[in-house]
Ligand binder design. Structure first.
Ligand SMILES: C=CC1=C(C)c2cc3[nH]c(cc4nc(cc5[nH]c(cc1n2)c(C)c5CCC(=O)O)C(CCC(=O)O)=C4C)c(C)c3C=C
Ligand SMILES: [Fe+2]
Ligand SMILES: [Fe+2]
Length: 360
C-alpha cells in the first residue's frame, strides 16, 4: 500500500486584490510574533499601524495589478515539489499543501485539506531559508493551533531552516552567475560590479532577543559565495523593507545602493531571504531602489531573479524534504549541525531539546 505523506509549505501570503490589503496588514500587525507589545494593546495598535500602512502598500500592489503573485507562485512550487518527490520516492504518495500566515490559504484551510488527504505523516517545510521567530516560528505556531482546532494529529517533522544547504546554495549561485554574466555583458568595459545580497530586514530588538535570522542570512551569503567560487568577488549583505520606525538591522539595501553609486560601481542585487517574486522584489527592488540608483547615476543596476520553480531549487527542496522525513521529529539547521546553532528560543529543535532536558 502506498504511504501518504503531506508536505505543508509555509509562506507569508499576500493580498489577492486591493480590498484584501487592509485585512492582510491587520493580520500581519496583530501577530504577537511581529508586534511585541502587551496583548491588551496589540489589537488596536496593530489595526492602527495597518491603517497607516495601507495606502503605501496598496500603491505597491497596484503596480502588480492590485495584488500579490505570491499565492500563484507558491502553488506552482508546491506542484513542482510534488512531481520531484514522486520521482525520487515512487513508493510514497506525497501531496504538497500551502499554508500562508496572513492571507489565503490560511493554516486552518490547509489543515482541513491535509485532514481530508488522511496522511500517515506530515512534514512542515518553510519557504524561508533562514529561521526567524517572525516568519517560520509564527507559521509553526499557527499550524499547531489550526491542527488542535480541527483535531488533526499525525506524526509531524518540522524543518527549521536551510540557510546553508549545499543544494539550495548551489541553485542560488547558478542564478547569480547567470545574472552576473548578463550584467557584465551589458556594462561598459572597466565598470566594476558589486553583488548586493539583500535580505528582508528585522527590528534590531528581535535579533537581540535571540532570533538567529541575521546570523543565518550571513551563512547563506557565505554558502552562495562559496558555491560561486570566484576569488575576489565584490559582495556585501544588506537589508531591505523596513516598515516601522524602530532601529532595524543594517546596512540597509538603500544605503548600499547609494554607496555603490558614489563609488561608480554597478550593482547586482540578489534577494536571499525569499524564494519567490513578490512585492518586495518586483516593486521595492525593481522599481523603487532602481529609481534611487539611477537618479544617483549608478553605472548599472541589475537583479538576480528569485528561485520560484527553478528546477535545481525544487530538486534541493525535494532533497531537504526527504532528509527531514528520514530524520528525527524536529530538524534544525542543515548546516551540518543537528543542534540549533544559536539555541534560539522558539526553534522547534530547541524546544524539543529543552523538553528532553526537563524529562531527564
Ligand atoms: C514589523 C514588520 C515586519 C517584519 C518584522 C517582517 C519580517 C519579514 N517579512 C518577510 C517576508 C515578506 N514580507 C512580506 C510583506 C510584508 N511584510 C511586512 C512587515 C514585516 N515583515 C509588511 C507590512 C508587508 C506587506 C507589504 C508592505 O506593506 O510593504 C512578504 C509578502 C509580500 C507580497 O508581495 O506578497 C514577504 C514574503 C521576511 C522573510 C521577514 C523576516 C525575516
Ligand atoms: Fe515582511
Ligand atoms: Fe534552530
Amino acid at each position: 500500500m502506498t504511504r501518504r505523506i503531506a508536505v505543508v509549505l509555509f509562506n507569508l501570503g499576500g493580498p489577492d486584490g486591493p480590498e484584501a490589503v487592509r485585512p492582510f496588514l491587520v493580520n500581519l500587525f496583530t501577530d504577537p510574533a511581529i508586534l511585541r507589545v502587551p496583548s491588551f494593546v496589540r489589537p488596536w495598535l496593530g489595526r492602527l499601524i495597518a491603517w497607516r500602512r495601507t495606502k503605501a502598500a496598496r500603491e505597491n500592489y497596484d503596480i502588480l495589478g492590485g495584488g500579490s503573485p505570491l499565492r500563484e507562485l507558491t502553488e506552482q512550487q508546491a506542484r513542482a515539489l510534488e512531481a520531484a518527490l514522486a520521482a525520487k520516492e515512487p513508493g510514497s504518495e506525497y501531496r504538497c499543501f500551502v499554508a500562508m500566515r496572513y492571507w489565503h490559504p490560511f493554516s486552518d484551510e490547509a489543515a482541513r485539506a491535509v485532514k481530508a488527504f488522511d496522511p500517515a505523516e506530515v512534514l512542515l517545510v518553510p519557504l524561508y531559508p533562514q529561521y526567524s521567530s517572525t516568519t517560520t516560528g509564527s507559521s509553526i505556531a499557527a499550524w499547531h493551533d489550526a491542527c488542535a482546532a480541527i483535531g488533526l494529529a499525525r506524526p509531524t517533522t518540522t524543518l527549521c531552516c536551510f540557510h546553508s544547504d549545499a543544494g539550495f546554495a548551489g541553485a542560488t549561485a547558478r542564478l547569480v552567475r547567470e545574472a552576473q554574466a548578463k550584467a557584465r555583458a551589458a556594462l561598459p568595459e572597466g565598470v566594476k560590479l558589486r553583488v548586493l545580497f539583500s535580505a528582508h530586514g528585522l527590528p534590531e530588538r528581535i535579533i537581540k532577543a535571540g532570533d538567529p535570522y541575521q546570523w543565518q542570512v550571513e551563512q547563506t551569503m557565505a554558502a552562495v559565495v562559496g558555491a560561486m567560487d570566484e576569488p575576489g568577488l565584490d559582495h556585501v549583505v544588506c537589508y531591505q523593507s523596513r516598515v516601522t520606525p524602530q532601529k532595524w538591522i543594517g546596512p540597509s539595501t538603500e544605503e548600499e545602493i547609494r554607496r555603490a553609486a558614489a563609488e561608480k560601481v554597478a550593482v547586482l542585487i540578489c534577494p536571499i531571504a525569499f524564494v519567490s517574486e513578490h512585492s518586495e522584489t518586483l516593486v521595492e527592488l525593481d522599481v523603487e531602489y532602481r529609481h534611487i540608483g539611477e537618479s544617483l547615476g549608478i553605472p548599472g543596476y541589475f537583479r538576480v531573479p528569485a528561485q520560484n520553480s527553478d528546477h535545481a531549487f525544487i530538486q534541493s527542496l525535494a532533497d531537504l524534504t526527504r532528509r527531514a522525513q528520514h530524520s528525527a521529529r524536529t530538524l534544525c539547521s542543515f548546516a551540518g549541525a543537528r543542534q540549533c546553532p544559536r539555541q534560539h528560543t522558539d526553534c522547534p529543535h530547541a524546544r524539543a531539546q529543552s523538553l528532553a532536558a526537563k524529562a531527564a
